[in-house]
Design a protein around this ligand. Structure first.
Ligand SMILES: O=C(O)[C@H](CS(=O)(=O)O)OP(=O)(O)O
Ligand SMILES: [Mg+2]
Length: 227
């Protein structure tokens, strides 16, 4: 598989397959929402749009990064989310990097939102594809945690069972991990870094598709053989 690794600003045209990587924390959080029972996640373009959507749909719940804020019932923290019951709920997610990256490739025929917790499932969806564009969402395409995860997934496509340890070590040493661990990033839980570094916590991938009015995430089961 021909793998390209680009920042959001470096995207040119519409890729046929896009894998949007945000390890810390948007696309670790999204699978956690599904694990806690969420039915779908709607990606908002702005905080205002997130609040407009939840005003229109009072049973939906808005999630943003940074500190807790009025109108947002959830924060972008896997450590905080893992004890929240989201059974049947629709989550509206808006973050600084991850959701922006997914919206930047919304016209691509296949968009996957990925992190270490869904790495192998994501690789299995990609198996057999000629090419994939990995969108490295953090730090203008240079975020080490996102790049390491993207490179691991690309490798796992052609090398099932590839050892993730070196990639996880790179992510553990990233600036984002340090910021989360030292309280620089608001809305964090002490377990966030560890939860973001868990490889294959979940057996499903996460697919983004346009549902007519919004880019919406759902769990997506790979159909290719296991591995
Ligand atoms: O919530 C996060 O960890 C980040 C916040 S920021 O990029 O450091 O401002 O957002 P994300 O979109 O999940 O990378
Ligand atoms: Mg990030």
């Amino acid at each position: 598989m021909d793998a390209r690794f680009v920042g959001i600003e470096e995207l040119v045209g519409t890729p046929s397959v896009a894998v949007v990587v945000d390890v810390m924390r948007a696309f670790t959080v999204a699978p956690w929402c599904f694990a806690r029972g969420a039915e779908k996640i709607v990606l908002a373009e702005s905080l205002d749009e997130a609040l407009t959507l939840t005003a229109r749909h009072p049973d939906w719940v808005a999630l943003k990064d940074g500190p807790p804020a009025p109108g947002f019932g959830l924060v972008n923290s896997p450590g905080q989310l893992r004890s929240v019951d989201l059974a049947g709920r629709t989550v509206v997610q808006k973050t600084t990097a991850g959701t922006v990256g997914a919206l930047a490739v919304k016209d691509a025929p296949l968009v996957l939102c990925a992190s270490f917790v869904v790495a192998t499932a994501t690789a299995r969806v990609l198996r057999g594809r000629d090419s994939a564009t990995f969108v490295v969402t953090g730090e203008e395409g240079r975020a080490e945690e996102d790049l390491a995860c993207a490179q691991y997934i690309a490798r796992a496509v052609t090398e099932p069972g590839a050892n993730a340890a070196g990639y996880v070590r790179r992510a553990a040493g990233s600036g984002a991990a340090t910021e989360l661990a030292t309280g620089v990033r608001a809305g964090a839980h002490p377990d966030d870094v560890a939860l973001c570094l868990e490889v294959d916590r979940f057996p499903f991938a996460v697919r983004a598709s346009w549902d007519g009015s919004a880019l919406t995430l759902h769990p997506y089961e790979p159909v290719s053989p296991a591995g």
